[in-house]
Design a binder for this molecule. Sequence first.
Ligand SMILES: [Zn+2]
Length: 134
Amino acid sequence: MADEKIEKVTASDAEWKKRLSAEQYDVLREEGTERPFTSPLNEEKHQGIFACAGCALPLFPSKYKFDSGTGWPSFYDSIHGHVETRTDYKMIIPRTEYHCARCGGHQGHIFEDGPAPTGLRYCNNGVALKFIGE
Ligand SMILES: [Zn+2]
């Protein structure tokens, strides 16, 4: 799925704590989940790019966003090569976790109940993203 080689960015926990807000740190570095319907990005409908809040790598163009009604920003596809996935066994049912390919920051989980053309739903923590308008 990688279309290009992404240079990894690493930093110590102390460094991330300095760079990120407490909420961002909890999600990006500790795989926390923000409360639904709390992110202003749920309502973001402008054209632009949703980028990693940890390292600013573009993850989703706004055209991939859709209203899933779940209370988290949702996308039906991602910029290929910019997210990496792994299976997460924290819940009884294994889930597909995904994170930024550059800094490893946790973004959310992928579910297979999204709209066409992919049928995927990238359920993203809004706090882990920053929106860059066109
Ligand atoms: Zn990142």
